[in-house]
Design a protein around this ligand. Sequence first.
Ligand SMILES: Cc1cc2nc3c(=O)[nH]c(=O)nc-3n(C[C@H](O)[C@H](O)[C@H](O)COP(=O)(O)O)c2cc1C
Ligand code: SF4
Ligand code: SF4
Length: 321
Amino acid sequence: MLNTRRAFIKKSILAATALSVTPLPSCVTIGTIQANIPMRSTRVERALVLWYSQTGHTRRCGMVLAKTLAQQGVRVETSDIRGFQKETLVDFDLLVIGSPVFYYDTPGYVQTVIKSWPDLKGIPVASYVTFGGPEGNQDNANYTILQLLSEKNGVPVASNSFRSLSSFPLAWAGGKVDEKTWNARHLPDETSFQSVRDYAVHIMAQIKENQPELFVKKLTLREFSTIFAPEWWTKQLVKNHSIIQKNCVQCGACSEKCPVNAIDPAQYHVDTAACVLCFGCINTCEYQAVHMEYSKKTMIGFKQFLEQHNLKLYLPPELST
Ligand SMILES: Cc1cc2nc3c(=O)[nH]c(=O)nc-3n(C[C@H](O)[C@H](O)[C@H](O)COP(=O)(O)O)c2cc1C
Ligand code: SF4
Ligand code: SF4
């Protein structure tokens, strides 16, 4: 364990040194994806929109996308990626996968789920991500999803990114809200959702015209920084992650969100070694029962942050009835 830690720190120092002395060629292509096999069909009768979402941005975008596909005469099913039976994936003519960006990439959990899927046999696939920062490495996060899907013989046709009010609690830790986060407090708004609707139409056009695209991964500064394991470093900053027994009503919302089963509310226990610091628990708990500290100050989750600043998330017309 100690050796692993030393090796990691050494790797980080070497990478930091390299970063400080080498100008980063931000337009360098470090990967490309093209379909492995032809598209199964250019007709879309049944589509599936799956998402992973912790604070709701990705889910709302997915629902608007699904409703737009339905308006085009497609029979659409939607689901959280967790509850979906992978054996039925091949019954669909189109798969759309949505995910938030976590730590400059697609969350490990989403990657693991896609890796477990069966052969997709030429089904057209599209991705979208929601992201908080203007430099969130969102394009490469989309690339990760499409790459994994193409390894399963999905045929990538499109990708897109939609900015949101960040759900990353360090962005408002200690009572000071990060400026970029605050500037995005109205997002996604009606313009964002219009982009989602336009994206659904674009996906359909791509398939109709049998247009598998070439997708490219660029060496961005954020991409480079992922070799420093940002999740690991963030974990060093967050202390005393635990459940406050007197506040906990054992509703189970935190353990339901946790991608690594690190929470056992019945025992008021958090397995901090297993935790991947996705903040799903603190962002979801409505009873302020998930405790975390940053710089010796108690952190608050997304729901409490919204309440504290009187922020309301915009609901597009198709979701407000
Ligand atoms: C653990 C964590 C890490 C994040 N990392 C990034 C990031 O690297 N880049 C970014 O643009 N946004 C980042 N965000 C913000 C989320 O991607 C963004 O708010 C997203 O829309 C949340 O989607 P959801 O509401 O569907 O969970 C992060 C949020 C969390 C909780
Ligand atoms: S979400 Fe909060 S109240 Fe519900 S079980 Fe988890 S810690 Fe307890
Ligand atoms: S325990 Fe860790 S991994 Fe699980 S929801 Fe909370 S922050 Fe995420």
